[in-house]
Design a protein around this ligand. Structure first.
Ligand code: IVH
Length: 672
């Protein structure tokens, strides 16, 4: 089609849209059904996406106007906004409590009290009050840094602007969920996929008058930074919130015992659709603040809380095709492309088939009508095939023997621990030689927990790759901005924002740098452990195939699997070259966390059973004070903590090397 014809078609559609829209909103007399209206809206947006020159004041993306702004100022959260781990079943929940008990060295089945709260599916926000005045409000952002959306938050009635109550802390961050009720959502549902999107879109309007038009609500449930407040329990804090004038959920409860938690979960799940807002599960928080403090945090979530999700919603649809996705580690994941279907408020067009075995077991074929399940934010998957609807000439699905991206052989790995072959098939070409793997590696490199480059999302990486602007992670630091500024959708401002974000990302912690390299089995926690040990970029640059990798075995947490993966990674020239080139651009920041604790540069090791506390907790106490835990006795070890029934060999070796051997009591003394 010619440009002129496209414009004409677009104009026709937007005019029609304007007419439908007016009748719906202003006259409350819809001219067409919801689905015709939605289709038209989608067609217009598709056209706009494809042909960037199309613009109209009547476009659904402007007219309805809830396009979130990218231009908010950012600010660092004084206390990170974390996510929650999930449990889906009773077994998962039992496991969660077991881990808590292990960490706290309590007997399994010990009475643990939980603050149980509905998990509202909205947008979280953090409100800072100084001397009772609402000073600023931040969105969650990436958890470290959020957008300053103070003015928009101030339009929400449930959020007190001034709190003049004795005992209200001088400086506190109150956290909670911004959402829209289902009733209010009905009025604007044409414009958004679900209530959550509506809340998010409206909260991130540039003009707070737009936010005001949508009746947003706020329920408070937590605190971030907090000064001078003595509370012993989460439930007490919830009471305080109410006293200070915040809304809290009326479904909050205090419960102990797995059986009671499950019973309550069933009750609320049954009531779920009666509630006037979307709830996707329950949050269980250990009620005692003292225990919360002892339990502490993992990289991204607290050990003291979890979300118990409600069961999934299902729908059925037809498989149009089965495609193979190639992941960062070469894993080949079959994905069913299905006829788009609404599964509990979200339009689903892809469903995971997990792996070849799963396809075989369920005998899933192209053309089949299947049941799709979606639970919370988990990727939808196919649960079963409706055999009655299968066509006679359908053929069994044959999993490819070669990588669809690079043509390399497809392999299954043997797992030494389970003594079985993995269910997952992988592309045998490691690293950057396979196009799809390379793209995924670069996406990982720029991701939130790695280089965290604003404005450089997954789609942009794919676009830059197809334009040959990038082939390797280091190319990001040497982009051709001239060329980018001439691309569709890139203006002067967005290019200069990108440039700024990329420059800013060059200052990075060593642990993030190591994580960004995307070494298999080296996640955030392991990257952190390795960074303590490797210490500097110079040291990292010295690692190659001849390195004594078994040195890393001293690190508590690094095992054979990680060592093999590191060996493999550092024996590939291409990886060494990437690190070398990256080193020219980056500046490694000193980690401010744990830097100056009393155990700085001191190493510990345990042998034997501790009394009253678990090893995990003792380990976390050492780490909180900047100490390190190693897993073998060497002359690098400062203290061997000997509990009950220590291993003789370790004691003898420690004596030989004149390592100090201390008891648990001595350790507690050191700590205090
Ligand atoms: S507590 C570190 N309590 O769930 C504690 N979160 O996956 C995390 N959420 O981003 C927050 N209701 O948006 C907490 N009663 C509740 C919640 C809740 C909903 C959301 C919140 C958070 C996400 C965590």
């Amino acid at each position: 089609m010619q440009k002129k014809e496209i414009k004409k078609l677009y104009l026709k559609k937007t005019k029609l849209f304007q007419k439908y829209n007016k009748n719906y909103f202003e006259k409350s007399k819809p001219l067409v059904t919801d689905s015709i209206f939605d289709d038209l809206k989608r067609e217009i947006i598709e056209l706009e996406k494809k042909y960037k020159y199309l613009k109209s004041d009547h476009s659904p993306s402007i007219n309805i106007g809830f396009k979130p702004s990218k231009n908010f100022k950012k600010a660092i959260h004084r206390v990170r906004m974390l996510s929650l781990s999930n449990v889906f079943s009773k077994d998962d929940l039992v496991n969660f409590e077991k881990k808590v008990c292990n960490f706290l060295n309590l007997k399994h089945g010990a009475k643990i009290e939980y603050s149980v709260e509905p998990k509202i599916d909205g947008i979280s926000a953090s409100l800072n009050y100084k001397n009772g005045i609402l000073i600023s409000g931040l969105s969650r952002g990436d958890g470290n840094e959020g957008e300053l959306i103070t003015e928009n938050l101030k339009t929400i009635k449930d959020i007190p602007k001034k709190i003049d109550i004795q005992g209200f802390p001088n400086d506190i961050d109150i956290r909670g969920e911004v959402f829209i009720t289902n009733k209010d959502f009905q009025k604007i549902k044409e414009n958004f996929a679900n209530p959550r999107n509506a809340a998010s879109g409206s909260l991130r309007q540039k003009n707070s008058n737009e936010t005001k038009k949508i009746p947003l609500k706020f329920i408070a449930y937590n605190y971030g930074y907090l000064e001078e407040l003595k509370i012993n329990k989460q439930s007490e804090f919830l009471e305080k919130l109410q006293l200070w004038g915040f809304k809290v959920s009326k479904f909050n409860k205090i419960i102990s015992g797995i059986g009671n938690l499950i019973k309550n979960h069933e009750e609320i799940e049954n009531k779920r659709y009666e509630l006037d807002y979307d709830v996707d599960g329950l949050v269980y928080k250990i009620n005692s603040i003292e225990l919360q403090n002892r339990l502490g945090f993992l990289s991204n979530s607290p050990r003291w809380a979890t979300a118990h999700k409600f069961s999934a919603v299902t729908s059925s649809s037809k498989i149009l095709n089965i495609e193979i996705q190639v992941g960062r580690t070469g894993a080949l994941t079959p994905v069913a492309k299905i006829k788009p279907v609404n599964v509990g408020g979200v339009i689903v067009a892809n469903a995971s088939l997990h792996n070849e075995d799963e396809i075989k077991r369920k005998d899933i074929r192209v053309g089949d009508t299947v049941k799709i399940e979606r639970a919370g934010d988990v990727i939808p998957h196919v649960i079963s095939v409706d055999l009655k609807k299968r066509s006679k000439n359908s053929a069994k699905y044959i999993f490819p023997k070669k990588c669809p991206s690079c043509g390399s052989k497809v392999l299954k790995e043997y797992n030494n621990q389970t003594k079985k072959y993995d269910a997952v098939k992988r592309c045998s070409s490691e690293g950057y030689l396979c196009e799809k793997i390379a793209i995924e590696k670069i996406k990982h490199f720029i991701s939130k927990d790695a280089f965290n480059i604003d404005g450089l999302g997954k789609k942009v990486i794919e676009n830059f790759w197809s334009l040959k602007l990038i082939r390797s992670p280091q190319d990001i630091f040497n982009l051709n901005y001239d060329k980018i500024s001439k691309l569709d959708g890139w203006g002067k401002l967005s290019v200069s924002n990108l440039r700024y974000a990329i420059d800013k990302s060059k200052q990075i912690l060593l642990e993030r740098f190591i994580f960004a390299l995307g070494i298999r089995h080296i996640g955030q926690e392991n990257a952190k452990l390795l960074s303590y040990n490797i210490k500097s970029l110079d040291n990292l640059l010295k690692i190659d195939a001849s390195y004594e990798f078994s040195n890393f075995l001293d690190i508590d947490g690094i095992g054979e699997t990680q060592i093999n993966s590191l060996k493999n990674f550092f024996s590939q020239e291409i990886n060494l070259k990437i690190i070398e080139e990256l080193a020219r651009y980056v500046k490694i920041l000193k980690s401010d966390e744990n830097k100056n604790g009393k155990f700085k540069n001191i190493t510990f090791m345990f042998t034997g059973k501790l009394d009253g506390i678990s090893r995990a907790e003792a380990k976390s106490m050492i780490e909180k004070n900047s100490g390190k835990i190693v897993s073998s006795v060497s002359n690098k070890l400062n203290y061997l903590i000997a509990g009950e029934k220590p291993t003789n060999k370790k004691i003898i070796k420690a004596k030989e090397l004149s390592v100090k051997i201390i008891s648990q009591k001595d350790f507690i003394k050191l700590l205090n």
